[in-house]
Design a binder for this molecule. Structure first.
Ligand SMILES: NC(=O)c1ccc[n+]([C@@H]2O[C@H](COP(=O)([O-])OP(=O)(O)OC[C@H]3O[C@@H](n4cnc5c(N)ncnc54)[C@H](O)[C@@H]3O)[C@@H](O)[C@H]2O)c1
Length: 353
């Protein structure tokens, strides 16, 4: 059996899940970790017993033994420079979203990937949510006919909204709706987006992080299908990092409704009142199983590298998602629909924002 060596840069929430998955995989021989938070590094060392651990990510980049590098660092400004170094070092790269901050950076990373014949995947974990995979299957097998319209409404807790919007000024479209934009574009393949309209609204978050509370996006596809994506990050607590999603997928011969609001397991205690466990987007370990998509996504990546299989969501596909959320932000600013592909003028306006 071919085993691979994996390096992980940033082992906070997501990187911690990925490190534990790698440590448990028989396909992974050596695990090497870099984490700048020394307390967190100690925790992850005790959980995963890595071959090496460092506070300097360059130790991962320069490690010749590695087949792949997983980049799970924050803030999001770290993604492009670290991914560039990892690709230039000749490693297959798995990068958490967002791929980059600008389309030029994304193009540069994709060019380095292609020139070096590397795999380069972006973490759009919802493709590994079994309910979302069922939606894709329904369309592939045409059990609900041809798609007509899709609605995805997702809301996160305010504490998670504060964590995200406190570290980056990227919009709700770029940081949250991005998952569902990737999901619906995946569903609609090979149709392409042609027009985007979006509105955002201020509410409770403005005083703490200056961000909007919610953003809604309508996308028209070249086959006429309408996609509506809503993202909010101002919900009261129901569980740490609780995420609630409702999906309606309408076809010519049927309809699929997905309830991913996590109200199926209700945990009620005198101490904390009602909690909805296993309800974050990546998921969490539950004894010997993992409740959520991030474990399976990481296993898929390990297998893609070990067996030379295609990555699930390539950087090129993630760039398509970037174009839509950038168009959505431009639409908010201009208060009008934006046509795709973005023109040079529109792009310079996005870059200046
Ligand atoms: N796929 C999903 O469902 C999902 C969910 C949440 C977040 N994300 C994405 O994953 C990324 C990570 O999010 P998170 O919530 O795990 O963040 P986090 O802040 O919990 O973890 C990031 C870690 O990176 C470390 N770090 C920062 N700079 C570093 C460096 N130079 N070298 C080594 N370590 C460094 C930090 O100390 C921290 O522990 C984000 O960019 C976010 O967009 C994806």
């Amino acid at each position: 059996m071919k085993q691979i060596n994996v390096g992980i840069i940033g082992t906070g929430w997501c990187g911690g899940i990925r490190a534990n998955t790698c440590a448990a995989s028989t396909l992974v021989d050596e695990l090497h970790i870099a984490e700048i938070n020394e307390d967190r590094l100690k925790e992850i060392i005790s959980e995963t017993k890595p071959t090496s651990a460092s506070t300097d990510y360059k130790d991962i980049i320069t490690n010749d033994r590695l087949d792949t590098i997983i980049i799970s660092a924050t803030p999001e400004t770290t993604h492009y420079p670290i991914a560039k170094e990892a690709l230039l070092a000749g490693k297959h790269v798995f990068l958490e979203k967002p791929l980059a901050l600008t389309l030029e950076e994304a193009d540069e990373l994709i060019q380095i990937q292609k020139e070096n014949n590397l795999k380069f995947a972006i973490g759009y974990s919802q493709r590994f949510n079994h309910k979302f995979a069922y939606a894709k299957k329904s369309l592939m097998e045409k059990t609900i006919g041809d798609p007509v319209c899709v609605l995805v409404s997702r809301h996160l807790t305010r504490s998670l909204g504060k964590k995200i919007s406190g570290r980056t000024n990227l919009s709700l479209a770029a940081m949250e709706a991005t998952h569902d934009l990737d999901f619906v574009l995946w569903l609609m393949e090979p149709a392409q987006p042609v027009r985007v309209y979006s509105q955002s609204v201020y509410g409770a978050m403005k005083a703490s992080t200056g961000s909007e509370d919610a953003q809604w996006i309508m996308v028209t596809m070249d086959n006429g299908v309408i996609l509506t994506i809503g993202a909010g990050w101002t919900m009261p607590p129901g569980y740490p990092n609780y995420s609630s999603t409702w999906v309606e997928l309408t076809g010519t011969d049927g309809m699929l409704v997905i309830d991913d609001t996590h109200r199926d397991v209700i945990f009620n205690t005198m101490e904390n009142g009602i909690r909805l466990p296993m309800s974050s987007m990546p998921g969490e370990p539950v004894g010997h199983v993992f409740a959520g998509p991030m474990h399976n996504e990481t296993v898929h990546w390990i297998e893609a590298v070990a067996f030379d299989r295609p990555e699930m969501c390539s950087a090129e596909k993630a760039k398509r998602v970037m174009e839509i959320y950038m168009a959505a932000d431009l639409s908010v600013e201009r208060k009008e629909a934006v046509t795709l592909p973005l023109s040079g003028l529109a792009l310079s306006s996005v870059a200046a924002a």
